[in-house]
Design a binder for this molecule. Structure first.
Ligand SMILES: [Zn+2]
Length: 280
């Protein structure tokens, strides 16, 4: 173990773990600097891309948590490590997504995490909530980032034309294999290849006063859910659209649960509540 982890000094790092729930559809997980000026204090002034803002979004899960945490730990520098991430417009509900916030060179260490959690939640009511903040160790960053998770989703699906409810009902239950080609929207940062994933439909519920359906499903880690619904012109097969026999489009998506790799609920993680209690 690194001695700096054992006896945290002001020139060190501390790691705080918790789960976040994202209640809105306009929040990326991490801070994104403007690709043009990279947020550089001088260069951003004349930047047309971000109009001098240095970023393309106003805030992020990382910043909403980091601003409050940074004020109490007295450091402006942090790194945010999530157990995967959802798209900007996807809500993260249920018991939330695990994350580790790494604070660099904090000047204060005896922070009351329950009070910090309450303050983050008070400041971000209706947009973001954190739960179960606790001290953790550096090795959790790797575990959290590398552990594959199946997920449970609810999608609001727009269907183009009449759909047979019995045909949808027949899709419920049982795991089916789908094959997905890398979607267009992520092709710039992911290798273009075919992936096999499992998907399980749990329920189809018509939305009252609309022709939309709410579709509950579980999918293997790394499944592109929007494409599993619409098929993206045959690049995912079979898609919900293909199975339902009618064009489908995912218009809203929520993550309801982060599951273990097999699709079962994850066991609760017991962790020390007091800083240093896990370091012996
Ligand atoms: Zn810029």
């Amino acid at each position: 173990m690194n001695p700096a982890d054992k006896n945290p000094l002001p020139q060190s790092k501390v790691f705080v773990e918790g789960r976040y729930r994202k209640l809105c559809r306009d929040l990326p997980q991490t801070l994104f600097f403007c690709p043009e000026c990279k947020g550089h204090p001088r260069r951003r002034k004349g930047c047309a891309r971000c109009e001098g803002f240095g970023k393309l979004t106003r805030d992020s899960v990382q910043e909403l948590i980091g601003w409050v945490a940074g004020a109490v730990f007295k450091t402006r520098k942090n790194k945010f490590h999530g157990a995967g991430r959802e798209d900007v417009d996807v809500r993260m509900l249920g018991s939330g997504r695990p994350f580790v916030l790494e604070l660099l060179n904090p000047k204060v260490l005896d922070v009351d995490l329950a009070a910090l959690e309450a303050e983050i939640n008070r400041r971000n009511a209706g947009r973001l909530e954190v739960q179960g903040l606790h001290w953790t160790e550096k090795n959790r960053v790797r575990v959290i980032k590398e552990t594959p998770h199946a997920k449970e989703y609810e999608a609001r699906v727009q269907v183009e034309g009449p759909v047979d409810p019995a045909r949808l009902a027949a899709l419920v239950g049982g795991r089916r294999t789908i094959v997905q080609q890398t979607p267009e929207r992520v092709a710039h940062r992911r290798a273009d290849k075919e992936r096999e994933r499992w998907i399980e439909f749990l329920a189809f519920t018509p939305v009252e006063g609309s022709t939309d359906w709410l579709v509950r499903m579980r999918t293997e880690h790394g499944t592109y859910v929007k494409e599993a619904v619409n098929g993206e012109g045959g690049s995912t097969r079979p898609s919900l659209a293909e199975l339902a026999g009618v064009p489908c489009r995912c218009v809203e998506l929520d993550v309801l649960a982060i599951l273990d790799d097999e699709g079962a609920p994850e066991p609760e993680r017991k962790s020390p509540l007091v800083f240093g209690a896990n370091l012996d």
